[in-house]
Design a protein around this ligand. Sequence first.
Ligand code: GCO
Length: 455
Amino acid sequence: MTLSPSSGSAFPKDFVWGVATSAFQIEGASDADGKGPSIWDDFCRTPGTIADASDGREACDHYHRWASDLDLVAGLGVDAYRFSVSWPRVQALGSGAFNEAGFSFYEELVDGMLARGLKPYLTLNHWDLPSALQAQGGWENRQTVQRFVEYACEVARRLGDRVASICTHNEPWVIAVLGHESGIFAPGIKSRAAAIQVAHHLFLSHGMAVTAMRSQGCKAAMGIVLNLSPINAATESEADQAAARRADGGGLRWYVDPLLKGEYPADVLQDLGADAPKVLPGDMAQIKVPLDFLGVNYYMRSVVSSGEPWDVKTSGHEITDMGWEVYPQGLTELLVRLHRDYPLPPIFITENGAAFKDEVVDAQVHDGQRQRYIANHIAATLDAMRQGVRVDGYFVWSLLDNFEWASGYAKRFGIVRVDYDTQQRTLKDSALWYRHFLQKPKTSRHGMNATGLEL
Ligand code: GCO
């Protein structure tokens, strides 16, 4: 099957192909070698929070298996590996002493990537805030901003000369809204005002950390990763259009505007009323630090209705094991819209992938749905590039099946299957496809044509 309408186009020569993971979801070893607890360790201990009552104590045991896991990454033929540093592993309390054993782990990991010809793409905050900081209010407390800047500077001092890229935060929307408004993610707080203040502190700490890391001479490319969806109104009705405007304001513009324009959207501020964030003079200028890249995580579009929630089953499209609609053209729409509305730095698709049920049969995993999902979203990326959007890289989420937050281990996003009893890894068909796709001889890979996107 040729994935038109993108066929015939080419990815730029230095386009970065990768796979992504995050610390809490794969490392395990949650109290090894001086690591302190994180809010996710605590959240997992709270009954009723995780679907299968699991936790991150062992996960994929990547802390002990990192070398063979990096061999797997290198074997795929990708250029880059996106990973995150666990803050409480390198600074148990989130302030004060740094943990040498924790830093040794990440130094070996990064050196291991370089030895295998992989570019390290480092994320500083993929949600596992040290518990000791949560005890002081966590991201609601403005002092956490300063703690994050100190942590970021120490990571940059130790690893900044060896990593290609540093992302400050992964998905501020998730931390703010799922962590502090709906409370279905750690730290499990339920207050809209808290969520809004948390988002502001995340933006501020992002801007201040980038400035501080650069001023100490760190040359790594710096940016932030947002989870974004195009918002469609369920119908043409005025009520649905208004609901879509609000959803777009709260879910997309609230996150992109401060970072790229240095201001909050006026309509959302008005909607928020008394829940608007406390912003001190100078904050917005610090937030709008020039970015080397913007990371976009894309999984699905959002369809908004003013009445009953839109039922994904009415779309007629395939639905993933998370209940998410498969809608690759939404990625094209999103990228083209961002390009139209904002002064964009280069974009990286820092996460894209899907959970589908799969099983090992005769040492093989036939995950055709995941394979098609990835191929079709790569094609959708290329489509946006043909319409003028600069995209510099694409990372599959995820290398491994892993701890899918409140869903536990039941939802599998990996292109590599993990048997949690034996920790055995099995390349799924999607991984074999990705490897094949990337193994095109350099010249045709870099001048990719229709065949490059054939299944
Ligand atoms: C995300 C997360 C991942 C999730 C993935 C699937 O950034 O949302 O980085 O941790 O596992 O998105 O839900």
